[in-house]
Design a protein around this ligand. Structure first.
Ligand code: PBG
Length: 337
C-alpha cells in the first residue's frame, strides 16, 4: 500500500538497531543446537589434522576432557569417530565388534566420567575398520547389503553395551534401521536412540574426514578394484525425492531422529524433511564445509568466525533442530559471549 509517494511498509525500519534486529530475529542459535564430532586415536599425544585446522585426533583421556568441556559449554552431545590402527583393519572390519575397540573405550570413559551429563553419539558403519575403507562388506567388487546389516546390528549392540545412548547408522544400507532397532531391543537396549543418517549424499565434502580417520588411503586401494567411491550406497546429489523416500523408510523402521548430510549443499532437503516428517532433524556440517571456511579465513579472504555462525544459523533456518559441526566449541564459546 502506498501513502502518497511513500511506501507504508518499510522493512528497513526493523533493521535500524542491533537490539531491534535481535528482537525480530526469526532463528536463534544456541550451544544446545550443536553436537561436537571428536576423532579418537590410540596414541597419548594429540595430533592435528592438517586438512581440518583446529581439529586434532585425541587420546581417550583427551576425548573425555573435550566431552567435559562440551558439557560445560552447554553442548548436549559429542560424536565419537575412531581412528583405527591399520593393524586392526581387516577385509570384514571385524574389529567393529570388539568391545575394547577405541570407540567403545572412549564411550565407556566418557560415560564413567560424565555419566548422563552429556550424550554420546556413535556411527554404526564399518569404514573405520575395513582395509578397503567401505562402510559395508565388499565381495567381488560389490558392497553386500544384507550381510553388512547383520554385522551392523551386532556393532550397534556392542556400542550400546559400552554406554552409547545414540547410535547413528551412517552406512546407507537398505533396511538397517529396522533391523538395528530389533537387535537393540532384543539385547535389552530399548532406550538407546537411533539417529539415522537417512539422507546421506556421496559427497566430495567428506575428504578431510577421510584424512582424519585414514579411510581415504583405504578407499584408494579399493579404487584399484573398481570400487573407489561410495556411489552404490550413498545418494546422488542430483536427487531430492529419493531423499524423502530414504527418510520415510527410516522413520517407518523406527528412527527416533534423522540426519541430512552434508548440510550447506542440502538446505532444501533439510527443509523438506522437517516439513514432511516433523521429527527431530539433524544436519551434519561436514569436514569439507568446515575446511572451506577455515582455509578462506586463513587466507584473509573472509571473516571465519562470522562465516561459521552464519552457516550454522542458515542450517537452522532451513529446519534443522541440531547440527553436527567441528565449529561446536568455538561457536558455543562465542554464543555464550
Ligand atoms: C562414515 C562417515 C563419513 C562421515 C561421517 N561418517 C565419511 C564417509 O561416508 O565416507 C563424514 C563426516 C565429515 O566429512 O565430516 N560412514
Amino acid at each position: 500500500m502506498q501513502t502518497g509517494s511513500f511506501p507504508a511498509t518499510r522493512l528497513r525500519r526493523l533493521r535500524q538497531h542491533e537490539w531491534l534486529r535481535r528482537a525480530v530475529a526469526e532463528t536463534s542459535l544456541s550451544p544446545a543446537d550443536l553436537v561436537w564430532p571428536l576423532f579418537v586415536h590410540g596414541h597419548a599425544a594429540s595430533e592435528p589434522v592438517p586438512s581440518l585446522p583446529g581439529v586434532s585426533r585425541l587420546s581417550v583421556e583427551s576425548a573425555v576432557r573435550a566431552a567435559a568441556e562440551a558439557a560445560s559449554l552447554g553442548i548436549p552431545a559429542v560424536a565419537i569417530f575412531p581412528v583405527t590402527d591399520p593393524a586392526d583393519k581387516t577385509d570384514d572390519g571385524r574389529h567393529a565388534l570388539d568391545p575394547d575397540n577405541l570407540a567403545c573405550r572412549a564411550v565407556r570413559a566418557i560415560r564413567q566420567e560424565l555419566a548422563d551429563g552429556i550424550g554420546v553419539v556413535c556411527d554404526v558403519a564399518l569404514d573405520p575398520y575395513t582395509t578397503h575403507g567401505h562402510d559395508g562388506l565388499l565381495r567381488d567388487g560389490r558392497i553386500l547389503n544384507d550381510e553388512t546389516v547383520d554385522v551392523l546390528c551386532r556393532q550397534a549392540v556392542v556400542l550400546a553395551e559400552a554406554g552409547c545412548q545414540i547410535v547413528a547408522p551412517s552406512d546407507m544400507m537398505d533396511g538397517r534401521v529396522g533391523r538395528i532397532r530389533a537387535a537393540l531391543d532384543g539385547a535389552g537396549h530399548r532406550d538407546v536412540c537411533i539417529l539415522s543418517y537417512a539422507a546421506k549424499y556421496a559427497s566430495a565434502f567428506y575428504g578431510p574426514f577421510r584424512d582424519a580417520v585414514g579411510s581415504r588411503a583405504s578407499l584408494g586401494t579399493a579404487a584399484a578394484l573398481g570400487v573407489g567411491d561410495k556411489k552404490t550406497y550413498q545418494m546422488d546429489p542430483a536427487n531430492a525425492l529419493e531423499a524423502i523416500r530414504e527418510v520415510a523408510l527410516d522413520v517407518a523402521e523406527g528412527a527416533d531422529m534423522v540426519m541430512v548430510k552434508p548440510a550447506i549443499t542440502s538446505l532444501d532437503i533439510i527443509h523438506r524433511v522437517k516439513r514432511e516428517f516433523g521429527l527431530p532433524t539433524f544436519a551434519y556440517q561436514v569436514s569439507g564445509e568446515y575446511a572451506m571456511i577455515k582455509a578462506a579465513a586463513a587466507n584473509g579472504w573472509l571473516d571465519g568466525e562470522q562465516a561459521a555462525i552464519e552457516s550454522l544459523i542458515v542450517i537452522k533456518r532451513a529446519g534443522a533442530d541440531g547440527i553436527l559441526t567441528y565449529f561446536a566449541p568455538e561457536a558455543a564459546r562465542r554464543l555464550r559471549g
